[in-house]
Design a protein around this ligand. Structure first.
Ligand code: AHR
Length: 494
């Protein structure tokens, strides 16, 4: 035995809300247009009401419990009225985000997006425009989507095919307003937020509002400025992109571990943000953390930040997604489970083709990235109760941290444990104790010969989960032989 892990079913942490497994679709590069939406121009790609069938099927299976749209930076340029009404009468706009411009014919608008959510079984999360919009414009969007009364906007919604209110609960008041969303200073944004939130709540008191957060300095000032109006904030948004892992595929051993450490730091960032909120709110009001953009952003796919590599030209925000990235995502998910009391929602950036995407497309071809498989292997945890796990003894990584980490959850009659062997080159024999007696466990593993393994249009199944044997080891234990750089989920079902 190289590593011993103990599952503490007697120590529950909290519920792993489905909102912690959210995704993000921005009108950026080939995410929304081409990746999700092909409209009537499907060019031989099978579609369902304008959405690619292959992508829909894959995402449904993932699943996608929450979907944020339309940005990102794009949201602060977006005018929702452009995206309603007859498609051929919609304006053709400059879609702008992250120094990228796309022609946006607005064929994917409010009704289409909310239909996508319906098809996926996802809760929608709409990001409002503060940068170039107004409180009135956002109030109108909320009214259009949510009012049960027979107002002119409700009649317009009905005219466009939706008689009943959509009932969208989650609304972002801008995005990264410290940067692309208007380069506000924190105090000015907080005052602007207060105005928006006050008026939005009048329109629909039931909505949940997300304020645009950032680093500790920004967050402190926003919360301080809003101190007498914290009841207007339901969630504070933060973003975590991992940018220090070196090249996307040609990374060194040092880069490999650095990326995993950066992913791990996401949890500490959540913890520090929670402490700030706690200090500001002092129990008067509960504010959740909305980690509404997270994931790896490789240097090849950006013009800024660290990374001694050739930057791609032009930048499309598309990048390779290797097994290493998938393991990094899993490291972050462990933290999300541990922080499920304070972390209200998360959105992986982004859902198709862009950045840390679980699904990629090229023409009529679609493939799943290793990150898709990692998320799918976490499916048993969604909605379950996270429980404490402890590392008892065993092999360490070069930085002294345990080589194997784990997360576990229970629900009536079943237990799921996900283990990561972070060691780049050592297979490890892992004993998991604290598990119920007499139930035959089932294990699935995701690994490959090298951590830079990836899938592609040509080789869509180079990296995919397979079964792995999990032996019983004493009355309360299992033993599993984990390959290097691998992830295993073990489930029991009575
Ligand atoms: O996800 C890409 C971009 O990253 C988003 O538009 C923005 O919010 C962030 O800077």
């Amino acid at each position: 035995m190289d590593v011993a892990i103990r599952v503490r079913t007697e120590s529950p942490i909290g519920t792993i809300s489905p909102r912690l497994y959210g995704h993000f679709a921005e009108h950026l590069g080939r995410c929304c247009y081409e990746g999700l939406w092909v409209g009537s121009q499907s060019r031989g790609i099978e579609s369902v009401e304008g959405f690619r069938r292959d992508v829909l099927d894959a995402l449904r299976e993932l699943p996608v419990p929450l979907l944020r749209w339309p940005g990102g930076c794009y949201a602060d340029h977006y005018h929702w009225r452009d995206g309603i009404g007859p498609v051929d009468e919609r304006p053709r706009r400059l879609g702008m985000s992250c120094d990228l411009q796309v022609l946006d014919d607005n064929s994917l608008g409010t009704h289409e997006f909310l239909r996508l959510c319906e098809l996926l079984g996802a809760e929608p999360y709409l990001a409002g425009n503060v940068g170039t919009g107004s409180p009135q414009e956002l109030c109108d969007w909320v009214e259009y989507c949510n009012t049960p009364l027979d107002t002119t906007l409700a009649r317009l919604r009905r005219k466009h095919g939706t008689p009943d209110p959509f009932g969208v609960r989650l609304w972002g008041v801008g995005n990264e307003n410290w940067g692309c969303g208007g380069n506000f200073d924190a105090g000015s944004y907080a005052r602007e937020y207060r105005r928006y939130a006050t008026m939005l709540r009048h329109v629909d008191p039931g909505i949940e509002l997300v304020a645009s957060g950032h680093n500790e300095v920004w967050n402190c000032e926003v919360l301080e400025t809003l101190r007498d109006h914290l009841h207007l904030v339901d969630h504070l948004s933060i973003h975590s992109y991992w940018i220090r892992g070196g090249p996307e595929t040609d990374f060194s051993e040092e880069d490999y571990y650095r990326l995993l450490s950066e992913a791990e730091e996401t949890e500490a960032f959540v913890g520090r943000t929670a402490a700030l909120i706690e200090e500001a709110a002092r129990g008067r009001h509960r504010i959740g953390i909305a980690l509404d953009e997270w994931g790896v952003w490789h240097p090849e796919a950006r013009t800024w930040g660290p990374g001694e590599v050739q930057r791609r030209s032009p930048i499309t925000l598309e990048q390779a997604n290797t097994l290493r990235d998938a393991l990094a995502a899993a490291v972050a998910l462990e933290g999300f489970h541990r922080q499920c009391q304070v972390l209200a929602l998360t959105n992986l950036a982004q859902v198709v083709n862009v950045l840390h995407a679980p699904v990629m497309t090229e023409g009529s071809r679609m493939w799943l990235t290793p990150t898709y498989h990692v998320l799918h292997l976490h499916r048993p945890h969604i909605g379950a109760t996270a429980v404490e796990v402890s590392f008892e003894e065993g092999v360490a990584l070069p930085d002294g941290l345990p080589a194997v980490s784990a997360t576990a959850s229970t629900r009536t009659g079943s237990l799921a444990v996900t283990l990561i062997n972070r060691h780049i080159c050592r297979g490890l024999s892992v004993r998991v104790s604290g598990v119920p007696a007499g139930i035959t466990p089932k294990g699935r593993v995701l690994t490959a010969a090298q951590p830079d393994a990836t899938n592609s249009a040509e080789e869509p199944e180079a990296v995919k989960p397979t079964e792995i044997s999990v032996e019983r080891d004493g009355p309360d234990g299992w033993r599993v032989e984990m390959p290097p750089h691998s992830l295993v989920t073990v489930t029991t079902q009575q």
